[in-house]
Design a protein around this ligand. Structure first.
Ligand SMILES: Cc1cc2nc3c(=O)[nH]c(=O)nc-3n(C[C@H](O)[C@H](O)[C@H](O)COP(=O)(O)OP(=O)(O)OC[C@H]3O[C@@H](n4cnc5c(N)ncnc54)[C@H](O)[C@@H]3O)c2cc1C
Length: 313
């Protein structure tokens, strides 16, 4: 692990970060630009940009990364190894570095359902192999800096894993290969996160663990989340509140934002290393959560260091 480079990426702990996906239409691009402008004022520790497993959005991810880096926002492009050869991965890495990225989120990705043939040519089957590959590529390139590498973590278990103990070994392998931090799948049950963090620490995993948060803003969005983040628990408390809203869209959004605000507040009280907001390229919900938490204070880095000194003395 390289705590120094992780800290450089996050700026301070706890870090606040946002995730975007590359838009596919000009309208989507305009909306993302507006979102970036609104969230930029909050000076995130970093933002990340997803990558479509299977290579569909390779160019798009790089374009968004370039735009964000040009705005002076530290950006973490995602990279998935599924379906890619080593040569393709190298080309993508070059593109990211040329765009100004100094950090990569290294993922396996999910095999595309409609293109099974692509998988026969892939160089790597697991994210740990991708992390190893990035570290050796970086050495061969003699980069004048050390890339910060993030990997995915699943507090409620990865849907493919039948053995949760083995899954922790595989997570540890990603760190042993040189990853610097973990960013988690979205979750609504903080107990699951706290237990996961404890299990990581028991395994000797001592890198920052960033909590993935996505506020529910619509019922259809919640159903989509359940599909995409298979295995994520939707606590009865959240569902009951949603039912009470009786289908009123504004109430549902308010409940989702309040729920996520309370979740973040509890995580911060429990010294979470960072909170990563899955924004879906929209700023409204994230801004509301910031307001509810009065998070502005957290951006005074000197104050944070001062508080840290007080707590540790
Ligand atoms: C924060 C975050 C960001 C994401 N961003 C994207 C994105 O931009 N694009 C995208 O397509 N997807 C993204 N995903 C989804 C992710 O690609 C999928 O969830 C994928 O199925 C798992 O990726 P991984 O990197 O955790 O894979 P791995 O760490 O390789 O794990 C995948 C599965 O294989 C098992 N495993 C690992 N190593 C071994 C081994 N040696 N032997 C046997 N089994 C093993 C694990 O236990 C797990 O069940 C993201 C997920 C998260 C949490």
């Amino acid at each position: 692990m390289c705590a120094a480079s992780s800290r450089a990426l996050f700026g301070h702990i706890p870090s606040f970060s946002f995730e975007f996906f590359p838009p596919k239409t000009p309208e989507g691009a305009r909306s993302l630009t507006n979102t970036i402008l609104e969230l930029q004022d909050f000076r995130p520790g970093f933002v990340s940009v997803t990558y479509g497993a299977g290579g569909g959005s390779r160019r798009l991810t790089r374009e968004v990364v370039t735009e964000l880096q040009n705005r002076g926002i530290p950006t973490v492009p995602h990279l998935t190894c599924v379906g890619h050869t080593e040569e393709e991965l190298e080309e993508i890495l070059h593109g990211y570095i040329n765009a100004g990225a100094r950090a990569i989120m290294a993922l396996r990705g999910d095999p595309p359902r409609n293109a099974p043939a692509a998988l026969t040519r892939e160089a790597f089957h697991h994210a740990s192999e991708l992390v190893r590959f990035i570290r050796s590529w970086e050495e061969r390139q003699r980069l004048p800096f050390r890339l910060t590498i993030g990997v995915a973590g699943f507090p409620e278990g990865h849907p493919d894993s039948r053995n949760r103990l083995k899954e922790m070994d595989y997570l540890k392998a990603k760190l042993d290969e040189g990853a610097d931090y973990i960013c988690t799948q979205l979750f609504f049950d903080n107990h699951a996160f706290f237990d996961y963090r404890d299990r990581c620490r028991l395994m000797g995993i001592d890198v920052p663990i960033i909590a993935g948060i996505m506020p529910v803003t619509t019922i259809s969005g919640m159903n989509r989340m359940a599909e995409l983040s298979a295995g994520t628990n939707f606590p009865a408390r959240l569902l009951k509140a949603m039912l009470r809203a009786g289908g009123d869209k504004q109430s549902i959004e308010r409940i989702g934002i309040n729920y996520a605000s309370n979740q973040c507040g509890e995580l911060l009280d429990a010294d979470v290393d960072g909170i990563h907001f899955y924004t879906l390229n929209r700023s409204r919900a994230t801004l509301e959560i910031y307001r509810n938490l009065g998070i502005n204070n957290y951006f005074d880095v000197d104050r944070i260091h001062m508080l840290n000194d007080i707590y540790r003395s």
